[in-house]
Ligand binder design. Structure first.
Ligand code: ZN
Length: 376
């Protein structure tokens, strides 16, 4: 997740012994900081070592986080790390970050992909083109390896005549009367019925690839978009609507709403809805709480505005599982446990794009039907 910039750069800077150097020495009353101020500023090697530690910490916290919320609060998300670096205002620190990033295995590097490819870092991150190429190659290889793996799995299965025909999974529409402010976790779906939902987009490249995969199987899904992303990529939001998907909202800045003052939380909900509606041209009264974090006051508020709230009962964990095979196994175990309902994806991750066609094949093999939520 992005959208969150913690004050943790101060912690980082203090760890680096940099805070006093850049804020004018001696003003801090923190004795440990003063002590550090007496030592020489870290050289490039120790800066790189510190960056490497931070990257490792980010990877560890990501894999250990039980929820996406916990991860985003860790202070070590890729956007936190890049923001800290910008705040340091030391051009050479970018070279240190480049060196630290270049030592990561590609699958770990992938955690930082969106920041690496973010054009706002511009020329500061001089290694960006090389790292982007490394990631591109990594995903091609990962996709191929996963495809081969799945092919071997398939060989053990019997083939029937109907496998030669392309099978479609046209989604049944489930009409939702949002005026009553209903709350859904399983979406009242039966065993063998599944509703695809995608959060946090639209993404400049991945959302359209997901759209293409869904189109090939006739599947319609529900997308819960963030206001600013919808505004920035409004053409993609409109394409989703044109393709028959439902495009709903997921706040403006993706905060943990119960932690905000109520008025601000309410603005997040209402403004997010307005921004998404303006972007895609359709106002859908469906809302998904960021991280699923809600309280009574806010669920009552959503209800009072005639909006339906959607949660989920199957979590892909695609925000942290970057290996396609592991992600696919997790999805299958969710599916085996719940047997149907609402599945949560994020259309902003490469691994999600890679596994989606295989999940669809699996659902066809299991005779699943797909469901799309539409306003009444
Ligand atoms: Zn989200």
């Amino acid at each position: 997740m992005r959208h969150r910039s913690h004050a943790s750069w101060k912690t980082l800077a203090s760890t680096l012994g940099l805070l006093v150097i850049f804020s004018g020495s001696g003003r801090s009353s923190d004795s440990s900081t003063q002590k550090r101020a007496e030592t020489a500023p870290p050289d490039a090697a120790s800066l790189t070592a510190q960056m490497r530690d931070d990257l490792r910490k980010a990877l560890r916290l990501n894999s250990e986080a039980a929820t996406q919320d916990e991860w985003s609060q860790s202070g070590y998300t890729p956007s936190d790390i890049f923001q800290n670096l910008k705040d340091l205002r030391r051009p050479e620190a970018w070279d240190s970050l480049c060196q630290a990033l270049s030592t990561l295995p590609a699958e770990d590097l992938a955690l930082f992909q969106d920041e690496i490819e973010n054009p706002v870092h511009g020329e500061q991150l001089s290694c960006a083109p090389d790292l982007a190429l490394k990631l591109k190659n990594h995903w091609e290889e990962a996709q191929l390896a996963f495809a081969q793996d799945q092919m071997l799995e398939q060989m053990g299965r019997e083939f029937s005549a109907k496998d030669e025909e392309p099978i479609l999974l046209p989604s049944m529409e489930k009409h939702i009367d949002a005026a009553r402010g209903p709350v859904y976790s399983r979406g009242e779906l039966k065993d063998g019925e599944i509703a695809f939902t995608f959060d946090d987009g639209p993404h400049p490249t991945r959302t359209q690839r997901i759209m293409e995969i869904l189109r090939n199987s006739g599947i319609r899904a529900t997308f819960f978009e963030l206001g600013p992303s919808a505004r920035e990529y409004s053409a993609i939001s409109r394409q989703l609507v044109d393709a028959g998907h439902t495009v709903a909202s997921h706040s403006v800045t993706h905060p943990e709403l119960p932690k905000l003052p109520v008025e601000r939380a309410e603005k997040e909900i209402l403004n997010g809805r307005t921004m998404v509606a303006q972007a895609c041209g359709v106002d859908v009264p469906f809302f998904r709480f960021p991280y699923g974090a809600r309280n009574r006051t806010l669920t009552d508020f959503v209800k009072s505005r005639g909006m339906a709230s959607f949660f989920w009962n199957m979590d892909t964990l695609d925000w942290k599982i970057r290996n396609p095979k592991t992600l696919f196994e997790n999805i299958l175990s969710e599916l085996n446990r719940e047997k149907g309902g609402i599945i949560l994806f994020h259309d902003v991750h490469e691994q999600t794009v890679i596994v989606l066609p295989y999940l669809i094949e699996e659902l066809k093999a299991r005779n699943f039907s797909t469901v799309v939520f539409v306003p009444h």
